[in-house]
Design a protein around this ligand. Structure first.
Ligand SMILES: NC(=O)c1ccc[n+]([C@@H]2O[C@H](COP(=O)([O-])OP(=O)(O)OC[C@H]3O[C@@H](n4cnc5c(N)ncnc54)[C@H](O)[C@@H]3O)[C@@H](O)[C@H]2O)c1
Length: 447
């Protein structure tokens, strides 16, 4: 059962994450911790919230850094908490790094209460990201939060305001931003050697079906109410739980917010794109029409950003495109095409009467250390109180907004026109998707 509001307030933490709460937050819950600059040799004490898949990947990378102490693990699933505790011990031992003995928690609010924790990693399903991030900011923690930063545009905006208001360093888990081959790609595009770039293709193919399963009792050791949090109350269904939550609107936005935010971010970064003028989505569950997924297994979204058309595609039925790549981007300029993915980037010149319009660029390979660089960038930013991390919260917000716009066009079935001046669509029906409806007592107030 959810605790009552009074119980929450008595337990020392506010449910609501937002403005106007300073007066009701307990002494000690807040900006006392970790506001000052740390020295280069100081250690950073971290906690992981959400331990199963990406949380585990992240935390392994953190503990390999010489100045990190992992002091707390938190998960609503005791089975995951215990198994990841053991996995982390083994990983640290194998890697010959300090073997941590973190305390274990079911409830993230207990983690946020601890004044000795400098930063939290948030790797829960998407519908929790904004609430925990904002509460962590209020508690004086710096935050490494997974992408997409939030499950709605409103939440993402409040995260930006919270980081500014509480002066917290935030790194979003868009680790491609720290990848050296991606940075080289961006530099090349900005050199304008490709000429005007009017068309960018962005795609992620492949995916597994999710056959329908009946509702079932929640597994032993799982606090299902705390997994649902602000999402609508429903019976437990194994399909909507670990990992597969991605395919259900209450918790996430399908392949678009899973892979789309990573790859669309590369297009937006390279071409300095912010907000599209129009968004047009088509698609459906065309490959697996009878399975359980709500989000589309086949989706094409055309975004028009001023002079550039950016087209996103996901398709669970296709393995690769005609050149053999299951994901990537192609920037089509007048002088040639730049193709990039997580492994390499290259340039294929256009031919003008048999003459290459620009120099070819052979494949530049990824060094394979993007996540380590990203984590290091965050830790250094904490020490320097540098708010401009490689994937700061505005970067995360901007691409999450674009991804959600694509999904909103799909869900409304409409060509949408975005008004960047007032942050809303011209089409009224689409605006109702910008703000989530939270299950009480959880809420996020406008900050
Ligand atoms: N950056 C990347 O490359 C990358 C890769 C994979 C996933 N992700 C992101 O990471 C997030 C998690 O995805 P995943 O695949 O690891 O999911 P997952 O379901 O495997 O793991 C999520 C974990 O969070 C726990 N959890 C849920 N609510 C919680 C709460 N209130 N408090 C504490 N723990 C809670 C779950 O029990 C589970 O152990 C998603 O937002 C996803 O988009 C990012």
């Amino acid at each position: 059962m959810a605790q009552s509001r009074r119980e929450f307030l008595n337990s020392g933490l506010s449910l609501a994450a937002g403005a106007g709460l300073a007066g009701i937050l307990p002494v000690g819950f807040g900006l006392q911790s970790c506001t000052g600059r740390k020295g280069a040799n100081d250690r950073i004490r971290i906690a992981l919230i959400g331990c199963r898949n990406q949380g585990y990947n992240n935390v392994c990378t953190f503990i390999e850094q010489p100045d990190v102490d992992l002091v707390a693990l938190c998960d609503i699933d005791k089975n995951i908490l215990d198994s990841r505790f053991a996995d982390i011990q083994k990983y640290a031992y194998d890697k010959k790094v300090t073997v941590p003995k973190p305390d274990k928690y079911e409830d993230f609010r207990k983690v946020l209460e601890r004044k000795d924790i400098d930063a939290v990693i948030i790797a829960t399903p998407d519908h929790w990201h904004a609430l925990i991030t904002i509460m962590a900011c209020q508690a004086g923690k710096d935050v490494y939060v997974e992408k997409p930063v939030a499950n709605s545009v409103f939440e993402a905006d409040q995260m930006v305001h919270a980081a500014e208001r509480y002066k917290r360093v935030i790194q979003v888990g868009q680790w491609q931003r720290s990848g050296l081959h991606w940075q080289e790609m961006v530099d090349f595009i900005q050199s304008e050697k490709l000429g005007p770039i009017s068309h960018v293709e962005v795609w992620r193919y492949g995916g597994n079906p999710v056959p329908k399963l009946p509702d079932a009792p929640k597994p032993q050791g799982v606090n299902y109410d705390l997994w649902l949090g602000p999402a609508q109350l429903r019976p437990f269904n194994p399909n909507r739980f670990h990992y597969n939550f991605r395919w259900f609107w209450d918790y996430a936005g399908g392949k678009m917010t899973d892979w789309g935010v990573h790859l669309l971010d590369m297009a937006m970064w390279s071409l300095k794109l912010k907000q599209p003028d129009t968004i047009k989505a088509t698609g459906g569950n065309l490959v697996y029409p009878d399975d359980a997924m709500e989000t589309p297994d086949t989706l094409t979204v055309e975004y028009q950003f001023d002079q550039t058309l950016v087209v996103w595609q996901n398709n669970f039925g296709l393995k690769t495109n005609e050149f053999g790549f299951d994901h990537g981007l192609e920037f089509h300029g007048n002088n040639g095409t730049l193709r990039a993915n997580r492994n390499f980037w290259e340039v294929i010149p256009a031919s003008l009467n048999g003459v290459p319009a620009t120099e070819p660029v052979p494949r530049n390979m990824n060094a394979g250390n993007d996540l380590s660089l990203h984590v290091r960038n965050f830790l250094d930013a904490i020490k320097m109180r540098n708010f401009d991390t490689a994937a700061n919260i505005k970067i995360g917000r901007d691409v999450a907004r674009v991804a959600h716009m694509g999904n909103i066009s799909y869900r409304t079935g409409q060509l949408l026109h975005w008004n960047a001046d007032n942050g809303s669509f011209n089409e009224q029906v689409a605006n109702s998707y910008l703000t989530p409806s939270f299950r009480k007592p959880w809420e996020i107030n406008k900050i």
